[in-house]
Design a protein around this ligand. Structure first.
Ligand SMILES: [Zn+2]
Length: 375
C-alpha cells in the first residue's frame, strides 16, 4: 500500500545561543551552496536534471562545501535545479536563492518524542525541542521523510513530511458532481438533487482585485511607475495566497460533505479540453480561477479520507437535461437551463453538476474503473 505525503510544520522552542548560531550559520551556508549550484547549472548549458548536474559539478561543490553534510549538499542541488527550472519558465531576473531554509534527507534526521536531531554545519548534531500541538502528536509516531528547517522573524520552524497510510476508498452510495461553473466558481449537486450548493464567496473579491490590477497596469504602461509595478507584484502574491486558502476551504467542505453522505466525488476531466468544440466555454471559465489547484486539493483531501474520485467526460454536461437526458441543440444561454422536451428548469451550472454526478454512475462498476481514476 502506498502512502500519501503530508507536510506538517512544527515551531521550534527557542534554541539557546549556541544552537541559534549553528542554525544561522547552516542556513547561510546552505544558501551559498544552492547559489553555487545555480552558477554551475548556468555553465552546464543543458536542461538541468539530477543526473547531469550531479556528474557535472558534484566533486567541485563538495570540495567547496566540506563543512556541510554530504546529503545537505545534494539537497542544495535539488533546490538549485528547482529554482533554475522555475527561472527557465519566466526568464525574469537572474535566479538567486534567498530563502532562509536548510533541508535534510530523511535518513539524516532523528526524531525522538518532541525532539528533532539534524546534522548542522561542521558535523555538529543538535537536539532541537519542538512545540507539538495535540492534533499533530500522532504524526510523530509515523515514518518521516524530508525535513526542512526555516527561519521566519527570528523564529525557527521544522517542516517535516510524513508518509500517511492511504485508506481504501469506500463503495459510494451515490455521486457528488463538481461543476466548474460559468456563473459561479464551483457548483456541486448529487444525482438525486439532495445537495445543491454554490461556491461564489470569492467572486466579488476576485473582481475587485482584477479591477485594481487593471488600474495599476494602466499606470505602469503610462508612466512606468516603479511604485505601481511593486504594488502589482505584491498584489498577485497576496492574491495567490488568498486563492489557495479559499480553494483549501472549498475542497475541505466538498470532501466532508461527500464523506458525510457516503458519496464519491465526480469531477470533469479537463485534460485535453482544448480539442473539444466547446473549448471556448472552458477557456472563458478556466482563466478566472485557479481550478487546477482546486482540483488537486479535492483529489488530495479525498484520498486522505478514503473518498473515491472519478473523472468524467465533460462534453455536453451543460446542454443535457439532467432529468430526462435530452440534449439541447444550441448552446444554453443565460443562467437557466430549460428543457424543451420535459419542461424541466434548473440553474444551468447546477444542471451541469447533476449531469456530472449521473455520468459517474454510468462508468464501469466501482473498482473496475481504474482507468477513469486519476490515482
Ligand atoms: Zn428534460
Amino acid at each position: 500500500m502506498c502512502g500519501i505525503k503530508l507536510t506538517q510544520t512544527f515551531k521550534l522552542m527557542k534554541p539557546n545561543k549556541r544552537k541559534r548560531e549553528l542554525l544561522d550559520a547552516t542556513i547561510e551556508r546552505f544558501k551559498e551552496c544552492v547559489n553555487a549550484w545555480i552558477s554551475e547549472i548556468e555553465q552546464l548549458g543543458e536542461y538541468p536534471t539530477r543526473k547531469n548536474v550531479h556528474s557535472f559539478a558534484y566533486k567541485k561543490i563538495r570540495e567547496q562545501f566540506k563543512d556541510l553534510h554530504s546529503n545537505v549538499v545534494q539537497e542544495a542541488m535539488n533546490r538549485a535545479i528547482e529554482v533554475y527550472r522555475a527561472w527557465l519558465k519566466t526568464k525574469g531576473q537572474k535566479p538567486v536563492f534567498t530563502a532562509d531554509v536548510v533541508s535534510f534527507k530523511n535518513v539524516d534526521v532523528k526524531i525522538d518524542r518532541h525532539f528533532i536531531n539534524v546534522p548542522l554545519i561542521n558535523k555538529e548534531r543538535v537536539w532541537l525541542p519542538m512545540h507539538v500541538p495535540k492534533k499533530l502528536r500522532k504524526f510523530l509516531k509515523m515514518k518521516h521523510g524530508r525535513v526542512q528547517i526555516s527561519k521566519v522573524d527570528d523564529e525557527y520552524y521544522a517542516q517535516i513530511s510524513f508518509e500517511v497510510p492511504e485508506p481504501k476508498p469506500y463503495e459510494p452510495k451515490g455521486w457528488l458532481g463538481v461543476d466548474i461553473g460559468i456563473n459561479h466558481i464551483v457548483v456541486i449537486s448529487d444525482d438525486k438533487g439532495k445537495i445543491n450548493k454554490f461556491y461564489d464567496n470569492a467572486i466579488a473579491w476576485k473582481k475587485s482585485v482584477e479591477y485594481r490590477r487593471a488600474r495599476l497596469q494602466f499606470l505602469k504602461d503610462k508612466r512606468t511607475k516603479k511604485g505601481a509595478w511593486r504594488i502589482l507584484k505584491r498584489l498577485s502574491h497576496k492574491e495567490k495566497n488568498k486563492m489557495a486558502y479559499i480553494n483549501h476551504k472549498i475542497a475541505k467542505e466538498i470532501v466532508e460533505l461527500a464523506k458525510h453522505y457516503h458519496y464519491g466525488i465526480a469531477i470533469e476531466n479537463l485534460k485535453g479540453i482544448r480539442h473539444h468544440y466547446n473549448a471556448k466555454r472552458h477557456r472563458k471559465r478556466l482563466h478566472k480561477w485557479a481550478y487546477g489547484d482546486l482540483i488537486d486539493k479535492i483529489v488530495y483531501k479525498a484520498k486522505l479520507n478514503g473518498v473515491p474520485v472519478v473523472f468524467v467526460d465533460p462534453r455536453n454536461t451543460s446542454r443535457t437535461c439532467s432529468k430526462c437526458g435530452y440534449l439541447v441543440e444550441k448552446g444554453v444561454k443565460g443562467r437557466w437551463f430549460r428543457c424543451p422536451k420535459c419542461g424541466f428548469q434548473l440553474d444551468r451550472d447546477l444542471n451541469a453538476a447533476r449531469n456530472i454526478a449521473k455520468r459517474a454512475f454510468r462508468l464501469a462498476p466501482w473498482g473496475a474503473s481504474s482507468s477513469q481514476r486519476r490515482w
